[in-house]
Ligand binder design. Structure first.
Ligand code: OGA
Ligand code: MN
Length: 287
């Protein structure tokens, strides 16, 4: 029996949709166009029961554009198959913990990411959900005075900064951590309000990598950025996905924040991330 594509918006949120009746590993062009349109509208598409093989995930991600990287394990399982010990707090563990703060990917790089295909291979029995927050709806919900205040502001974005706030003395290539994102060039400066290059919608570009707004003193900058995240990442603008092994999602990193959530790290969690590169014309830093 032919399956029919269904794109069901999430209930009670401003974004996100569950897509069934399709295998993303075998898309015809018409279905791809429909999905792409839905992705721009909903910003997060959730595909249950995909069980993507490595090559299938990479090929699906490439539909959205060139990749920043093809496939990275986001996991508390080491390459030798053993579990990473939470209390050891090695550099990979520190990055996993860091991911639990609301953030946007690769804003600390010269070009921020366009999005990601993210899939679940092994999931813990409880917890380890991934949260998403709609920064378009957050912008829309701000009062006019605050909109006017922040519209012209910029912030620096750095993974060194966000990790050091968690007590992580960042250095490259310690143990299994590749050091990805510990960018050494000029600290990227970005507008606080981003215009989406494909939809034209404005959104807040904030999250844990943002700091040091030029023109504000450090404490005031910190306070404003925290206030914005606290306001933005509230219902009905958030959704936390409870993973089932085999699920895949694709999110738009140009208008959503995301976060991991805690789980019992004596249980394995193996996730795969394919990062879609931003367009330098619209996702490059200002400096
Ligand atoms: C990421 C990320 C969150 C999670 O892969 O970029 O932030 O739930 N992951 O693991
Ligand atoms: Mn991330």
């Amino acid at each position: 029996m032919a399956r029919t594509l269904s794109i069901e918006p999430l209930a009670g949120t401003s974004f996100g949709a569950v897509v069934t009746g399709v295998k993303v590993a075998a898309l015809d062009d018409a279905t791809w166009r429909e999905l792409h349109t839905a992705w721009l509208k909903h910003a997060l598409l959730i595909f249950p029961d995909q069980h993507l093989k490595r090559d299938e995930q990479i090929a699906f991600a490439k539909r959205f554009g060139p990749l920043e990287f093809e496939m990275a394990a986001i996991s508390n399982v080491k390459s030798d198959g053993s579990l990473r010990i939470e209390a050891d707090n090695d550099d990979v563990m520190k990055i996993l913990k860091g991911n639990m703060g609301w953030h946007c990917d690769s804003t600390y790089m010269p070009v921020q990411a366009k999005g990601a295909v993210f899939s679940a291979e092994v999931v813990p029995s409880i917890g380890g959900r991934t949260g998403f927050a709609d920064m378009r709806a957050a912008w829309d919900a701000l009062d006019e005075a605050l909109k006017a205040r922040i519209e012209t502001l910029t912030a620096h974005h750095s993974l060194h900064h966000s990790q050091s706030k968690l007590g992580h003395q960042t250095k490259k290539r310690d143990g299994e951590y590749s050091g990805y994102g510990l960018h050494d060039g000029p600290v990227p400066l970005r507008q606080l309000v981003k215009v989406h290059p494909e939809t034209g919608r404005k959104s807040l570009l904030i999250g844990r990598h943002a700091h040091n707004i030029p023109g504000l003193d450090k404490a005031e900058s910190e306070r404003l950025l925290q206030e914005l995240v606290d306001f933005a990442c509230q219902p009905p603008r958030i959704y936390h996905h409870d993973w089932t092994a085999g699920d895949a999602v694709v999110w738009d990193n140009r208008c959503l924040l995301h976060q991991a959530t805690p789980w019992d790290m004596t249980q394995p969690r193996v996730m795969w991330h394919s990062r879609i590169a931003g367009n330098p014309a619209s996702e490059a830093a200002l400096n």
